[in-house]
Design a protein around this ligand. Structure first.
Ligand code: F6R
Length: 366
């Protein structure tokens, strides 16, 4: 059932190109309205009425939500609040009928996410669930559902569920932008094309898994590791850090690259490994400055860059390049080496990859 892979996690990482194809299947068009989501109850008129969006989720799904926030703000021009479900519920969220609440949950059964969703509905929000499980509680109780079509995910550490959540969030952000008229057609076309290229690009990236395995072996006995990035890269850094902690038990932290010098830089010393994501052209030079800051304190940097940008290998000790894509979509590629890093570090240390200590696949307690 593992199809010859040593672990479910590795199988699921390698299933991502196929999962991307399923998540996009039938949903991309080549002209207005660009995105086809006929399952939605939300009409274009209703989509124009929303004044704010709240994205609520836990763990990895929350990290997908942070990327979704960037896409919705940028493309559909609405203010977005993204929060973890266990906090959102208790913060007396400012919900009105003009609030769209998006809950993101692989299982559709996470207790805190369901409770947040019920509270949002009680207060009159329209709730859209993005979930992988047909027939799950979230799918049944939400006003609207978009399925991620990742296929069953067995490994406790989420991989293909996360990346397909990203894809569905991108699709929904574009759909909203079409309805609201906030993004010119000449910008939408290239995004739609870039979405269509993601499956083959993910496959190309997976062919270079050995490079990551090699790097993972070099850091597996380190005590700490840092992930840094700006913008969408920061959200990916958070996901990379969670994955590494979760299955390799190596302590790591994700930092907004520009925030390091406000305290955390003190932890960087000779040999500290830092994974620096620099896939965002607008932020490239700024991130390079932050890479120089950590190198000056002795850090060993693995840089993750996008093809078509200035060569990061002149700054970082090692570089991994992801295929060229629209900057907003880079997380769907950049996270793949980070998933592999966590996987190979865990294997190197001899841990139970698919069943990490203290964790359960579905968290049904609050
Ligand atoms: C980490 C992981 C968890 C889940 C979280 C939410 O790899 O899998 O952080 O993402 O427990 O689960 P769902 O998406 O089922 O609500």
């Amino acid at each position: 059932e593992k199809d010859g892979y040593a672990h479910f996690m590795l199988k699921e990482i390698h299933e991502q190109p196929a999962a991307y194809r399923r998540a996009l299947a039938g949903r991309l068009l080549t002209g207005y309205p660009w995105v086809y989501l006929p399952e939605l109850q939300l009409t274009a008129e209703r989509l124009r009425q929303f004044r704010s969006v709240h994205i609520v989720a836990c763990g990895t799904a929350y990290h997908a939500g942070l990327v979704g926030q960037t896409a919705i703000e940028r493309w559909a021009r609405l203010p977005v609040l993204t929060d973890v479900a266990s906090e959102y519920r208790y913060r007396q969220p400012l919900i009105t009928p003009e609030t769209l609440v998006i809950v993101v949950s692989q299982s559709g059964e996470t207790a805190d996410t369901l409770a947040a969703m019920r509270e949002a509905r009680r207060q009159g929000a329209h709730v859209l669930a993005i979930t992988n499980v047909v027939g799950s509680t979230a799918a049944r109780e939400a006003d609207d559902v978009l399925f991620t079509c990742a296929g069953p995910e067995i490994s406790v550490a989420s991989t293909k569920a996360y990346t397909t959540q990203l894809l569905v969030l991108y699709l929904f952000a574009l759909h909203m932008a079409c309805a609201r008229g906030t993004l010119p057609a000449e910008e939408i076309g290239p995004i739609v094309e870039a979405l269509g290229r993601l499956p083959e690009q993910a496959a190309a990236l997976l062919e270079r898994a050995d490079d990551v395995a090699d790097y993972a072996q070099s850091i597996a006995w380190q005590e700490h590791l840092f992930f840094i990035g700006r913008g969408a890269d920061y959200a990916v850094a958070m996901e990379g850090s969670l994955k590494l902690k979760e299955i390799s038990y190596i302590h790591s932290e994700a930092y907004a690259a520009g925030e390091l010098k406000h305290g955390t830089l003190a932890l960087i010393e000779e040999g500290t490994p830092v994974v620096a994501l620099a896939t965002q052209p607008e932020l490239y030079e700024k991130t390079v400055s932050n890479i120089k800051e950590v190198i000056a304190r002795g850090a060993q940097v693995l840089g993750i860059a996008a093809a078509g940008q200035p060569d990061l290998s002149v700054h970082a000790h090692r570089t991994l390049t992801i295929p060229d894509t629209h900057p907003m979509l880079a997380p769907a590629l950049a996270v793949i080496p980070l998933q592999l890093l966590a996987y190979y570090a865990s294997v190197t240390l001899g841990h139970d990859v698919d069943k990490p200590r203290n964790l359960a696949k579905s968290v049904t307690v609050e």
